[in-house]
Design a protein around this ligand. Structure first.
Ligand code: SF4
Length: 554
């Protein structure tokens, strides 16, 4: 970490990060989350994932074969790097801008995600790599598949096979209308692009890149689904046993700590293959509230498994990612007490928690609670923080995270840019948890008596049943990507190097003869490529042709 002792994160930001640019973030160059099963990536947990191969822009799997580092150095990401270097705020990073707009003293994740690299490494982003060069990753989070034994309320079928089973057996969640609703009306089918015995070109690219990548990585983190349910996770453990002894790399794994029997034994045993084995788990509440939010979790077993792992395994750090939703606020301080207890029992790096405020789906976000409940919770958490802040047990990052949560509860009502109205979020809150209770044999009011009165007061409305599932591929929302490509073209940004599939920002122009022989679906696809304006579903073929020709002339 390049922050000086006694330097605050704000001082560090002003000394190192902001002089590169006021919107710079080291994660855009050195960090990636990659989902190999569906071929998407993002720079951290906050921006929406985008496709590694942009088929619509002419990229192919051959490009990936020639340059497996495209898993990280995508054409789109290089454009976003350019935006950061010229001090523009990329739209996809709105999570950080929302925090920063609360005031100059507020430190967003772009600082926490930059501080892990040296000052020189960060300056190289501007001086060596800029937006044109491929960068070797230093920190990587990667999912091989979506196999998972849990089906948490804020997750969905794109990331959990147990969620997939729920949707396949019971169909889409009904009566949901706010943003994010469709996450519960798809069965994750889009993530299974390759058959069981068919090779996945993204996974092949990872293993092709791995010999080089293993030399540059400072930290690798395996996620899922549940990493311990993935065959590729165990393949990697075996590789490490044979080849990894001299590697100077931290190895981290995301685990829900819900695996039992032989899997648990193996998990503990393989931790001894690594010099630095770090575990990230997830939770944000305790007891029946935790079990309600994270379906599959058994609170007592979770604590037992954590103790076993920390006592018998070779674990260097144990972190917990908290996903702050509206329900966890009623036992979050008990949970943080538990984490602080782990620190006292096992050491300062055990039970370290990160505060991640849920934005999607917005009806589950803390911003959906009525103002008086949010303020009451903010007061409660602030009181807890005041009692613990100077105990010496909390990390600065934890204190900052809890501080930000308190501010957020008091001032932010709209979790993200496309948030639906509060009325529709309230309706969806009621509809979702009513169905969640029925499908998962749970009882909202038993788990959250504090919210029972408000829950009863929420409106419930039935709407036309959804009988067909939606395509859950959220990376298809490429408006920002296309906007940025147009911008790059009009401002004549330097062409990126090295990606065989990179385009020269010369967009194909269609003439009336090309367009008139096309089917309407193809015309709609082209319209979305050439225009950032809304596509009118009622347009006839002739309207679409006219619109496309007009857009091309803009
Ligand atoms: S969302 Fe924030 S932390 Fe993530 S890549 Fe963007 S600026 Fe960095």
């Amino acid at each position: 970490m390049s922050k000086k002792q006694d330097e605050t994160y704000r001082e560090y930001r002003d000394r190192v990060v902001d002089p590169i640019s006021g919107s710079f973030c080291g994660a855009k160059w050195y960090n990636a989350t990659v989902w190999l099963n569906n071929g998407t990536t993002a720079s951290c947990h906050h921006p929406p994932a985008h496709k590694i191969i942009d088929v619509d822009a002419g990229e192919t799997f051959e490009d990936l074969k020639k340059n497996p580092s495209m898993i990280h150095n995508t054409t789109y990401k290089k454009l976003v790097r350019k935006q950061m270097l010229i001090g523009e705020r990329p739209k996809e990073c709105e999570y950080c801008w929302k925090i920063e707009d609360l005031g100059p003293e507020k430190v967003s994740d772009r600082v926490f995600k930059s501080v892990i690299y040296s000052d020189e490494e960060l300056e190289e982003c501007r001086d060596v790599y800029a937006e044109t060069e491929d960068v070797d990753l230093k920190t990587l989070e990667i999912a091989f598949d979506a196999n998972c034994n849990f089906a948490c309320s804020y997750c969905n079928a794109s990331f959990s096979t147990t969620w997939q089973k729920d949707i396949r057996q019971n169909g889409a969640y009904q009566n949901l209308h706010s943003d994010g609703a469709r996450a519960f009306q798809q069965d994750g089918g889009w993530t299974k692009q390759f058959r069981k015995n068919e090779s996945n070109p993204y996974t092949d690219a990872f293993w092709d890149w791995w010999p080089k990548l293993s030399q540059s990585l400072q930290q690798l983190r395996i996620t899922g689904g549940e990493a311990a349910m993935s065959p590729d996770y165990w393949k990697l453990c075996d590789w490490w046993k044979e080849n990894g002894q001299d590697l100077d790399m931290k190895f981290a794994v995301n685990s829900n700590m819900g695996h039992k029997g032989k899997t648990m034994e193996k998990f503990i045993e393989t931790s001894h293959y690594f010099k630095d084995f770090i575990v990230y788990s997830s939770c944000e509440a305790v007891g029946k509230q935790a079990e309600y939010i994270r379906d599959g979790l058994e609170w007592d077993y979770w604590k037992h498994a954590t103790d076993r792992l920390l006592q018998e395994g070779n674990v260097k750090e144990f972190h917990v990612m908290m996903t702050i939703n509206s329900l966890c606020l009623y036992s979050i301080t008990d949970f943080m007490d538990y984490c602080n207890l782990l620190k006292r029992k096992y050491g300062h790096m055990f039970g370290v928690y990160s505060v991640n405020i849920l934005r999607f789906p917005s009806f589950q976000s803390p911003g959906t609670l009525p103002e008086h409940l949010r303020h009451e919770r903010a007061d409660h958490i602030e009181k807890w923080l005041n009692e613990n802040r100077d105990s010496g047990i909390m990390h600065d990052m934890e204190i900052d995270g809890v501080d930000r949560l308190i501010d957020y509860l008091r001032s932010v009502e709209e979790p993200h840019r496309y948030t639906s109205s509060i009325e529709s979020r309230h309706k969806d809150f009621k509809s979702f948890y009513k169905q969640y209770d029925e499908r998962r044999e749970k009882d909202f009011k038993y788990a959250f008596p504090e919210l029972a009165e408000w829950y009863d007061s929420l409106p419930y409305e039935e709407s036309i049943p959804i009988t067909q599932l939606y395509d859950g591929d959220s990376s298809k929302q490429t408006i920002e990507r296309r906007e940025l490509e147009k911008r790059a073209e009009s401002d004549e940004w330097k062409n990126q190097k090295s990606n065989p599939g990179s385009r020269e920002y010369v967009e194909k122009k269609y003439n009336i003869m090309d367009l008139s022989v096309m089917e309407i679906d193809e015309l709609r696809k082209i319209y979305k490529q050439v225009s950032v304006e809304h596509l009118n579903a009622d347009w006839e073929k002739s309207d679409l042709i006219e619109e496309i020709l007009r857009e091309q002339e803009k």
